[in-house]
Design a protein around this ligand. Structure first.
Ligand SMILES: NC(=O)c1ccc[n+]([C@@H]2O[C@H](COP(=O)([O-])OP(=O)(O)OC[C@H]3O[C@@H](n4cnc5c(N)ncnc54)[C@H](OP(=O)(O)O)[C@@H]3O)[C@@H](O)[C@H]2O)c1
Length: 229
């Protein structure tokens, strides 16, 4: 299998639910998936917040297929479900949605972080990583993890070019290849097969390091692997 592919069926529109889609990361990913031609449902625990987020994202890309819904309705309606809630709420959120996630593609973007004295640090996850926590809760879903090292602020600027590699981890080879493809529908990003879901811990923890660097340098650094062309 190639290490990264471009064979995601961008020609076929899929419905992508973003759980926690009212937050910046969910809005940013939703915007980019919608620009790529997919139907996006931004989920929230509150219908009004979901609709507000959908309106704001649609305004950034007129004509994009973006709607808002309660998390449960969003997950039920979608083929792909992206989990974009804070780590603290992940367990409860996934348990509540579990019946709707069964058999689906589920992508975790969750980076477990805490702030101490204003500095970010990675939170130790008993299951190994947030993504493995999710897979344990929904064993029949195809869980992958991606997008941890990208800033929502960059995703939310549709007229500026993105840059960088997005490491995708997962235990199901096809699900991982499809997620790499989903990354690649976002212009200028490159999805890279990062190995099994247990490697997600490394990518999740790297977010704390990148945040620290970016806070100090007032920058938007992300990651790019050299020598992969
Ligand atoms: N922001 C970034 O640049 C960035 C980059 C890479 C990865 N990430 C990861 O992406 C995820 C979302 O990031 P974010 O910055 O968008 O986070 P956020 O704004 O803190 O949260 C996103 C949404 O999750 C919902 N939420 C908050 N607490 C919750 C809880 N306890 N249970 C269930 N839902 C809850 C809220 O939506 P409602 O109140 O409307 O339900 C909120 O708008 C995080 O796990 C983060 O680590 C973020």
């Amino acid at each position: 299998m190639p290490i990264f592919t471009n064979d995601y069926p961008a020609a076929r529109m899929v419905t992508i639910a973003i759980i926690g889609g009212s937050g910046p990361e969910g809005r940013g990913l939703g915007l980019r998936f919608a620009i790529a031609g997919h139907a996006v449902v931004l989920g929230s625990r509150d219908a009004a917040r979901a609709n507000e987020a959908a309106g704001a994202v649609a305004a950034l890309s007129p004509g994009a297929a973006v709607s808002g819904a309660l998390n449960a309705d969003a997950a039920r309606a979608a083929e792909w479900v992206v989990l974009s809630v804070p780590y603290e709420g992940l367990d409860d959120t996934v348990r509540a949605l579990a019946p709707s996630l069964d058999g689906k593609m589920v992508v975790s973007v969750v980076a477990p972080l805490a702030f101490e004295g204003g500095q970010p640090r990675a939170v130790l996850v008993p299951e190994g990583s947030a993504a493995e926590l999710v897979q344990g809760l929904v064993p029949n879903a195809q869980v992958t993890s991606a997008f941890h090292n990208l800033s929502a602020k960059e995703l939310l600027k549709p007229h500026e070019r993105l840059a960088g590699d997005v490491i995708v981890c997962g235990d199901d080879a096809q699900a991982k290849a499809d997620t790499v493809g989903l990354v690649n529908v976002i212009q200028d990003l490159r999805g890279v097969d990062g190995g099994p879901l247990s490697n997600s811990r490394i990518v999740e923890e790297l977010t704390a390091l990148l945040l620290y660097v970016n806070m100090r340098a007032k920058s938007r650094a992300t990651i790019k692997l050299l020598g992969l062309d």
